[in-house]
Design a protein around this ligand. Structure first.
Ligand code: NAG
Length: 318
C-alpha cells in the first residue's frame, strides 16, 4: 500500500516536471502554437476548422491570419469582436453553421476581405450597416438562409462585388436600387425565393431582362405568388403585362388616401365651425359695444317730460 502511494506520488511529480518543461518549450516557441485551437490546423495565416463542432469563432489567433475556413460548425452568432484582431483577413468561410445573428459591427475591421460565404445558415434579417466596411468584397454568398428582406442600403458600399448569391431564401421581392449600386456585378442568383409576380416586381424584372447575362439559374427563378403564376419563371413574364400597373395603388396607398381625405373633411368642418363662431362672437361684441347705456329716469323727471311735450329733450349721444 505504502509502496503504491509512493509510486503514484513519484509519477505525479514526474508528470508535473514534464508539464513544466512542455510549458516552457511552448512559451519559447512563440504564441502561434498556443493560439491555434486543438481541433483546428493553422499554418502561415491559414486556419482550417471544417466540421469541428465549434460554437464560436476561434479567438487569439495570429493576426496575420488571411484565411479562415470555419464551415460545418455550430457557430450561432457573429459578435462585434469576433474578427477585430484579424485585419488581414481576405477569405472567410462560415457556410453550414447555425448563424442567426450578425452584429452590425462584426466585420468592422475587415477592409481587405474579398470572399465571404455565409450560406446555409439561419439568417432572417441583416442589419443595414453590417457589410459597410467590406469595400473590397468580391464574393458574397447568402444562399440557403431564411432572409425575408434585404434592408435598403445594405449592399451600398460593396463597390467591388462581382458575385452575389441570394438563392433559397424567403425573399418575396427585391428593391432594384440595391442592384443599381453594384457597379461591377457579374453573377447573381435569385432562384429559390417565393417571388411575388404582381406589379411590384416590374422594376426588378426590367433590370433582370436588361442584365440577363448576369443571372444564373434563370429557369429556376420562379414566381410563388399569385396563384395562377405559381412556379412560372419570372423572366418569362412579358414587360407589357405591367402596362396597366401605371396607376396602380396598393391597398395601403388606398387606405392612406382615404384617411387623408377623411381627415381633411373633418378639418374643414371644424374650420367652418371655428370661423362661424368667431364671426358670431365678433358680432356680439360689436353689438355690446354699440348698445347705449340703459337710463332709468326718476318719476319726477318723467312727469316733467309729460309736461314739456312738444319740446324735445335733446338725446344723449355717446
Ligand atoms: C490591405 O491590402 C492592401 C493592398 O493589398 C495592403 O496594402 C494593406 O496593408 C492591407 N491592409 C491590411 C490591414 O492588411
Amino acid at each position: 500500500m505504502a509502496d503504491g502511494m509512493e509510486y503514484i506520488y513519484h509519477q505525479d511529480s514526474k508528470g508535473f516536471v514534464k508539464l513544466f518543461i512542455y510549458w516552457i518549450l511552448i512559451s519559447l516557441s512563440g504564441l502561434q502554437i498556443l493560439s491555434c485551437p486543438d481541433v483546428c490546423s493553422c499554418h502561415e495565416g491559414l486556419l482550417v476548422c471544417y466540421g469541428k463542432g465549434l460554437y464560436f469563432v476561434p479567438e487569439g489567433m495570429d493576426d496575420d491570419t488571411h484565411t479562415m475556413l470555419l464551415a460545418y460548425n455550430k457557430v450561432t452568432a457573429l459578435k462585434t469582436l469576433s474578427f477585430h484582431k484579424y485585419p488581414r483577413l481576405k477569405h472567410l468561410e462560415l457556410q453550414n453553421n447555425i448563424i442567426s445573428n450578425i452584429d452590425s459591427q462584426a466585420f468592422q475591421h475587415l477592409q481587405n476581405l474579398s470572399y465571404l460565404d455565409l450560406s446555409s445558415n439561419q439568417l432572417t434579417t441583416l442589419k443595414p450597416e453590417v457589410f459597410r466596411p467590406l469595400s473590397r468584397l468580391t464574393t458574397l454568398n447568402l444562399g440557403n438562409n431564411r432572409i425575408v428582406r434585404l434592408p435598403g442600403g445594405v449592399l451600398d458600399h460593396l463597390i467591388n462585388l462581382r458575385i452575389l448569391y441570394l438563392h433559397n431564401n424567403a425573399l418575396p421581392g427585391l428593391r432594384v436600387d440595391v442592384l443599381y449600386k453594384l457597379p461591377v456585378l457579374e453573377q447573381l442568383r435569385l432562384d429559390g425565393n417565393p417571388w411575388v409576380c404582381t406589379c411590384q416586381i416590374q422594376y426588378l424584372l426590367s433590370w433582370m431582362i436588361d442584365n440577363a447575362e448576369k443571372i444564373n439559374e434563370k429557369e429556376r427563378t420562379l414566381c410563388g405568388v399569385p396563384k395562377y403564376l405559381d412556379q412560372y419563371p419570372v423572366m418569362e413574364i412579358e414587360r407589357e403585362s405591367f402596362d396597366q400597373c401605371q396607376h396602380f395603388f396598393t391597398l395601403f396607398e388606398y387606405l392612406y388616401f382615404l384617411l387623408i381625405g377623411m381627415a381633411l373633411f373633418v378639418m374643414s368642418i371644424l374650420l367652418c365651425l371655428l370661423a362661424g363662431s368667431v364671426v358670431v362672437c365678433y358680432e356680439r361684441l360689436l353689438l355690446r359695444a354699440q348698445r347705449r347705456p340703459r337710463v332709468y329716469k326718476k318719476k319726477t323727471a318723467r312727469k316733467r317730460e309729460s309736461i314739456t311735450t312738444g319740446h324735445r329733450i335733446p338725446e344723449c349721444r355717446m
